[in-house]
Design a binder for this molecule. Structure first.
Ligand SMILES: [Fe+2]
Length: 140
């Protein structure tokens, strides 16, 4: 697989959220590295640890982002929240299946996660960025 490289086209014009998206992508890239260089005996343990990290980080990031969207009075917040909950559940389920030995990290699973991240940031998060306008400062 290949890494995701953050560039300006990913920006949602909120510095803090951009930094969180970079961290999130770094966690993904780390999973990609795990897949590339690990023998199968340790793959399960490392993968479930990395996916747990992805899940926990997503929880924190989504919480922050949703608070920001509340402050913006973003009209599509309900739908956006639902996408976040779906991702959390999906990653949680993958982690469980991997831990139980029912699933092994492979390129198609990585691809699903990668596509979700790209689609979410570049399409869904861009919608609130456009709604907010480009000069709204971080609202922490
Ligand atoms: Fe989001």
């Amino acid at each position: 697989m290949s890494h995701i490289e953050w560039d300006e086209s990913f920006s949602v014009h909120n510095r803090e959220i951009d930094e969180q998206h970079k961290k999130w992508i770094a966690i993904y890239n780390n999973i990609d590295d795990v897949m590339a260089g690990t023998d199968t005996s340790s793959l399960t343990a490392i993968t479930s640890k990395s996916l747990t990290e992805m899940h926990d980080y997503a929880l924190d990031h989504f919480k922050f982002e949703e608070k920001y969207l509340e402050q913006l009075n973003y009209p599509e917040l309900v739908e956006h929240r639902r996408l976040h909950r779906d991702f959390e559940n999906q990653i949680y389920n993958y982690t469980r299946e991997i831990t139980d030995g029912r699933l092994i990290l492979n390129t198609s699973l990585l691809k699903i996660i990668k596509n979700w991240l790209l689609e979410h940031i570049l399409t869904e998060d861009k919608k609130y960025s456009t709604f907010a306008g480009e000069d709204i400062p971080s609202q922490r």
